[in-house]
Design a protein. Structure first.
Ligand code: SF4
Ligand code: SF4
Length: 471
């Protein structure tokens, strides 16, 4: 991250410690103030819509295949109902590279936008768990008071209810998570059949539930600030042109308390009334007025809090807003820079390439190789025969009736050993066939040949290049 010059800042000690750790190295529990506002409403709309999508997707199927499945145990991955096997590692490698470049470029341009708006950790933490907490224990000050007071009936029932609901939601998330790993049908079996038939599945469910409960009830913002690798990468990805949640220090400083009917300019004060509401609402406990910090998850709650205060005292909104460091310094409104536009073009090209590769992925794949150990055979008509073995996998969602034919040299013949069976959905076949060439088709010891696998409509699915041996 570029060093941010804050002309007004005298005390830089905040950079030496984490906002959630006290002087003695103990965890400081964050009690963010409940804040409403335009950005919070928009985030709720977006976040809850994403949650609906997240919960609906495991039930969606195309041609009997789930839309997404990451079955690590059976090494079967389904993306947009297209099945991928370990043999498709090439596509996975490409997907991963594209994804990493995409994430890096997206962050360079849009900062940590993903964290605040689309990350499941933030959505569950801020829009589900935090809401439950506010509902049962009240706003930040009531929560602090409750935690300070000795155990009594009120504290007991509130804590019991809260943690029971926390665990219940963790159990639901665990089911959701598992539905992406084993599929909704297997998950239904775990839920409806005797536990003794699904010991492994049931144990996984409980372990995941406990893990999610621990993350959302206790770890909380520590995941974003200390554990998540994406969060840790911000330091190298964000630049002065990146869109971040920024405090307009040019307009805000020098900060000073609000006094009714005071001319702040004459009093030598900037627009920040030092009310600390932006700090009070922050779920990671930072003061955004210190500049962009790794802990900021772009939740925009400080924008809502500051806008509310600005409105209350009759000053223009937007003292904290989405802007780049450069725009704050130069007092410009947000505009995509040439570099950002270039990155967006690269992102679109990468997405196009990966889309094209996925579309062109053959529905039947495998190998066709000349059989080693079988020497060339000469027929009575003076032709030459080589034996080949095929191993073919149907990666599509329906049975494939295929034929194997010679493409090059033309007019060469194929003689199947046995019949070529229909390849069932996700099925695998193997067998052998002879390729027969005339003497004039042979070009030395090794003749390059091309063999094609065709579908029912005689469309070429996959082309194999191999050699024909003759001496
Ligand atoms: S600084 Fe603002 S946007 Fe960043 S985490 Fe805190 S409240 Fe959210
Ligand atoms: S909420 Fe706005 S006015 Fe209040 S301290 Fe934060 S930046 Fe200053």
């Amino acid at each position: 991250m570029d060093t941010i010059e804050l002309p007004y800042k005298k005390d830089e000690s905040f950079r030496d410690k984490l906002s959630t750790i006290d002087e003695r190295g103990k965890r400081k529990w964050i009690y963010p103030k409940n804040q409403s506002g335009k950005f919070h409403t928009l985030r709720q709309l977006f976040g809850y819509s994403l949650l609906i999508v997240l919960f609906v997707v495991p039930f969606l199927k195309v041609d009997g295949e789930p839309l997404f499945l990451l079955d690590v145990v059976h090494r079967k991955f389904i993306i947009f109902s297209r099945v991928f096997y370990p043999q498709d590692f090439f596509y996975f490698g490409l997907l991963m590279i594209t994804f990493i470049v995409f994430v890096a470029l997206f962050t360079v341009v849009f900062g940590r936008l993903f964290c605040g708006w689309a990350c499941p950790q933030t959505i569950f933490m801020e829009l589900v768990y935090r809401k439950i907490e506010y509902w049962i224990e009240g706003d930040w000050k009531e929560q602090m008071a409750l935690n300070k007071q000795k155990m009594n009936f009120e504290k007991l029932w509130k804590k019991t209810l809260k943690h029971s609901l926390f665990y219940l939601v963790a159990f639901v998330i665990s089911n959701l998570f598992l539905s992406y790993l084993i599929g909704i049908d297997d998950l239904k079996k775990i839920a409806t059949e005797p536990i003794s038939d699904h010991i492994a599945g049931f144990t996984t469910l409980i372990v995941f539930s406990l893990a999610f409960y621990g993350v959302f009830a206790f770890l909380r913002e520590q995941v974003c600030t200390n554990i998540c690798p994406y969060g840790r990468m911000q330091g190298v990805l964000l630049g002065k042109d990146s869109l971040v949640i920024a405090y307009d220090y040019v307009r805000g400083e020098p900060r000073g308390k609000f006094k009714k009917n005071e001319d702040r300019k004459l009093a030598g004060k900037g627009d920040c009334i030092d009310c600390r509401q932006c700090v009070n609402v922050c779920p990671t406990g930072i003061d955004i007025r210190n500049g962009t910090q790794l802990e900021c998850i772009n939740c925009a709650l400080c924008i809502d809090a500051c806008n509310f205060m600005m409105e209350s005292v009759g000053l223009p909104k937007g003292l904290i807003r989405y802007a780049s460091e450069y725009q704050i310094k130069e007092n410009l409104s947000y505009k995509l820079t040439a570099r950002a536009k270039g990155y967006i073009v690269v992102l679109l090209i990468l997405l196009g390439i990966i889309g094209l590769l996925l579309m062109k992925r053959p529905p039947v794949d495998g190998t066709i190789l000349r059989s080693y150990g079988y020497l060339v055979e000469k027929t009575q008509e003076g032709k030459y025969k080589n034996l080949y073995t095929y191993k073919l996998l149907n990666k599509s969602n329906h049975p494939q009736k295929i034929t194997i034919e010679i493409i090059q040299p033309k007019d060469a013949k194929i003689e199947m050993v046995g019949h070529l069976p229909v390849i069932e959905k996700e099925g695998f076949i193997q067998g052998s066939f002879f390729v027969i060439l005339d003497k004039q088709q042979i070009k030395g010891l090794k003749t390059a040949i091309e063999i094609g696998v065709f579908d029912e409509k005689h469309q070429l699915i996959k082309k194999f290049k191999t050699n024909f041996l003759a001496f």
